[in-house]
Every structure is written in structure tokens, then in C-alpha cells.
Design a protein around this ligand. Structure first.
Ligand code: 5GP
Ligand code: ZN
Length: 116
């Protein structure tokens, strides 16, 4: 647990969230400011800042999270597919510095990056 980390506080229940899933290593909860009808995040309980700080020892954990994403997406009703987003570092648009996988779907999902 890292002091002053919003997602560590959510994992520990110190800040309330709408939980989607929890196991020993992973916590998932709905985004407070969704960009689509379904928008939740998968986070490791372990405080890893971003993919930039992830190491070989985290390989199995990251793999488990990726395999969980489609299972949870289906449970949330996203039968036609979903988008995953991982923002890494300020240059990647990351705002909360605890690694997380966004799972987004439902409605019309626009192209990932707008082209001129
Ligand atoms: P990032 O830009 O770091 O990839 O995404 C951070 C996400 O966390 C944003 O989509 C934002 O809406 C969400 N978020 C920030 N604070 C909270 C919070 O206190 N609770 C929940 N459920 N989501 C949050
Ligand atoms: Zn944290």
C-alpha cells in the first residue's frame, strides 16, 4: 500500500467504490467518470506505479489481469467486445499512478485515436 494513492485506498476499502471483482491479487471497480455505458478498471492489489515500473516478477500477475478482462467484460454484458486501455506515465495520459487496465464498452466506441 502506498500512502496517498487513491487506488490503494480503494483496494483497502478506505475509499468506497462500486466493486466488480476481487481476488487475492486483483481488484476491479467501476470508473467514477465513465466514458461509455460500461467502464471499469482492473488493478493489482500490489502498488505498481505503471507499466513503466512493471518487472519480470510481475509477469504472471499482469497475465492474469489480461485473462480476467474478457471474463469480467462478459459478466458486465459486453458480449460484442470491449476496449482495453492502459495509460502509462504522464506522456501516456496517466492520471492515477497505480497501474490499471481500463475495460470500456457498450454504445458506440469511436476509433481509438482520432485521425485528421
Ligand atoms: P488514467 O487516466 O490514470 O488512466 O485513469 C484514471 C481513471 O481513474 C479515470 O478514468 C478516473 O475517472 C478514475 N478515477 C479517478 N479517481 C477515482 C475514484 O476515486 N474512484 C473511481 N471509481 N475512479 C476514479
Ligand atoms: Zn496504489
Amino acid at each position: 500500500m502506498s500512502d496517498n494513492c487513491i487506488f490503494c485506498k480503494i483496494v483497502h476499502g478506505d475509499i468506497p467504490s462500486r466493486k466488480v471483482y476481487e481476488d487475492d491479487e486483483v481488484f476491479a471497480f467501476h470508473d467514477i467518470n465513465p466514458v461509455a455505458p460500461v467502464h471499469f478498471m482492473l488493478v493489482p492489489k500490489l502498488h505498481i506505479v505503471s507499466l513503466l515500473e512493471a518487472e519480470e516478477v510481475h509477469a504472471a500477475l499482469l497475465g492474469r489481469m489480461l485473462l480476467l478482462a474478457p471474463k469480467l467484460a462478459l459478466e458486465q454484458g459486453l458480449k460484442n467486445g470491449f476496449r482495453t486501455v492502459i495509460n502509462s506515465g504522464k506522456g501516456g495520459g496517466q492520471e492515477v499512478f497505480h497501474l490499471h487496465i481500463h475495460v470500456i464498452g457498450g454504445g458506440n466506441i469511436p476509433p481509438m485515436v482520432k485521425r485528421d
